[in-house]
Design a protein around this ligand. Structure first.
Ligand code: UDP
Length: 238
């Protein structure tokens, strides 16, 4: 069976470092890498974040006139905007895609239907999963874990701005150690913050490996998509 991966890319992958919004050069670079791997037969589902545009949490203190749930839906919509940009970029490099949303936006995307998603993957289409879980108060990390499980992916890849999981905050602690491998149990015991505990526990329960790596390091994304060891791998055994 072909390798199947769920790739979680945060909103910051859609723009240069320390920037916001969408920069098509960044999106094209992302698309080129993903498309190259898809051409080698890897089935790829991308779950995109929206933090480059907005996160629901940012309105919490600043503006009480936006209800928290509304703000989260705005965040989910931000992921759809990113999804549309990525779809254009992936098509530009000649790879077939489908943009699927967790809640209906019929004019631009098809609804996420599990069976249909599997069908697209089996036909070599890169599926772009926007809208998170479709429910407020969680993040797209939760959505990525959920989709990895239901799509029976071989691994959940999380592209981040750090090299992997450290024993402590490497910015504050120069002695922080970068782990190449961890177990779900170690992540829990050491209270390492990678994604929400519930999602990690779910992945652990179902033996879904999670690989965390720095997408800004050239070559990392393709290596991770192809199954090479970059960053930190979290799995059942050391
Ligand atoms: N969001 C949500 N439910 C979801 C996924 C996302 O409410 O299932 C909202 C939430 O407000 C979140 C925002 O959408 O902050 C953007 O997603 P995220 O923060 O995960 O983006 P990233 O940090 O990965 O760029």
């Amino acid at each position: 069976m072909s390798r199947r991966v769920v790739l979680k890319i945060s909103g910051e992958c859609f723009c240069p470092k320390d920037s916001r919004g969408i920069t098509m050069d960044s999106v094209m670079h992302l698309a080129e890498q993903v498309a190259r791997v898809a051409k080698q037969g890897v089935q790829i589902a991308v779950v995109m974040g929206g933090g480059n545009i907005l996160r629901g949490g940012q309105f919490k203190a600043a503006n009480v006139s936006i209800k928290e749930a509304t703000a989260h839906y705005m965040g989910m919509l931000a992921t759809v905007i990113n999804g549309m940009a990525l779809q254009s970029a992936v098509e530009q490099v000649g790879q077939e895609t489908r943009l699927m949303t967790a809640f209906p936006i019929d004019a631009v995307a098809e609804p996420y239907l599990w069976r249909r998603a599997v069908h697209h993957l089996e036909h070599g289409r890169i599926i772009l999963l926007a809208g998170g879980t479709g429910s407020p108060f969680v993040t797209t990390d939760t959505a990525a874990a959920q989709r990895a499980l239901e799509l029976e992916a071989d691994v959940l890849l999380k592209a981040t701005k750090v090299d992997g999981v450290y024993s402590d905050d490497p910015v504050k602690n120069p002695h922080a150690v970068l782990y190449s491998k961890l177990t779900y149990e170690q992540v829990r015991q050491q209270n390492l913050r990678i994604m929400d505990q519930e999602s990690i526990a779910k992945c652990g329960e179902h033996g879904m490996p999670i690989q965390i790596f720095n997408f800004r390091t050239e070559g990392n994304l393709e290596r991770a998509l192809l199954g090479e060891s970059v960053g930190t791998l979290i799995s059942a055994g050391q």
